[in-house]
Design a protein around this ligand. Structure first.
Ligand SMILES: CCCCCCCCCCCCCC(=O)SCCNC(=O)CCNC(=O)[C@H](O)C(C)(C)COP(=O)(O)OP(=O)(O)OC[C@H]1O[C@@H](n2cnc3c(N)ncnc32)[C@H](O)[C@@H]1OP(=O)(O)O
Length: 224
């Protein structure tokens, strides 16, 4: 029988926060490997049952302290910094490819490789996954441009299927603003052929006014 984890200290220092992030990142990596291996395996039912029992026991070790729904974790940089548990960029999320992002002269560029866990048509990426990648990159482009906003409209165009197990490049770029509205474009290409658009999108993001932001995100720290 495993002992549940004890609660982390209420006020973690900078060092322990870094330790926490490193541990979250390591667990995220192992979980992603587990997820990808799970969707590829041809193991027998006996093996699958045995592994399911083992995973249940492992999960039981993580129930010591649960985060409340609207709580923003101490390790999380919302709204401007890295999100540890984002399903797109989060190093700690088993759902995330994860995408790594670098700034460019006029926007952001994301890099990732999708695996079989993100499959839509056999051998290709799920269309919802493409929308998620672009939504995140375009949203982060708003933040990088100094106008953080939430998606109110995302118009997707699927030109060609996205290959799995192939390094991808995702671009997000702000094209204009109108008061609290931010207009953004995005594209997905392969790293090998950045001039051929596989998927493109146009989006409108809205910066919620401060009262609305406080109501939507009660866990938002005042300085944010
Ligand atoms: C601290 C802030 C943090 C921000 C979040 C960072 C997240 C980063 C992470 C990124 C993660 C990835 C991203 C995600 O996953 S974001 C998650 C997915 N998106 C949502 O859940 C958003 C849901 N929508 C809302 O909550 C509200 O609409 C918000 C709060 C956004 C605005 O409600 P608010 O009450 O404040 O605004 P308003 O209604 O007065 O409208 C204002 C203006 O906007 C115009 N308008 C409205 N809709 C549309 C439309 N469809 N096309 C064109 N225009 C539209 C409207 O006509 C008006 O224009 P005007 O009449 O003034 O000319």
């Amino acid at each position: 029988m495993h002992t549940p984890l004890t609660e982390p200290p209420a006020e973690a220092g900078a060092d322990s926060l870094e330790d926490q992030k490193a541990a979250i990142t390591r667990l995220g990596h192992e979980l992603r490997t587990l997820v990808e291996t799970t969707v590829r395996t041809a193991a027998s039912p006996d093996t699958l049952h045995r592994v399911a029992d083992g995973v249940r026991q492992v999960t039981a070790q993580l129930t010591g302290r649960r985060r409340a729904r609207a709580e923003i974790p101490e390790v999380d940089g919302f709204p401007g910094g890295p999100r540890m548990y984002s399903p797109v960029v989060g190093a700690g999320s088993p759902l995330a490819p994860p995408v790594s992002i670098t700034p460019t002269d006029d926007g952001l560029i994301g890099h990732c490789t999708l695996g079989l866990a993100h499959e839509g048509p056999p051998g290709y990426g799920h269309g919802g996954m493409s929308a998620m990648l672009l939504d995140e990159l375009m949203g982060q482009a708003c933040t990088a441009a100094g106008t953080p906003g939430m998606t109110v409209s995302l118009q997707m165009r699927y030109h060609q299927p996205i290959p799995l197990e192939t390094p991808l490049r995702i671009l997000g770029r702000v094209t204009g603003t109108d008061n609290r509205k931010v207009f953004v474009t995005g594209t997905i290409t392969t790293e090998a052929d950045p001039s051929t658009r596989l998927v493109s999108a146009d989006g409108v993001f809205i910066a919620p006014d401060p009262d609305r932001a406080r109501a939507l995100f009660p866990g938002l720290r005042e300085e944010a």
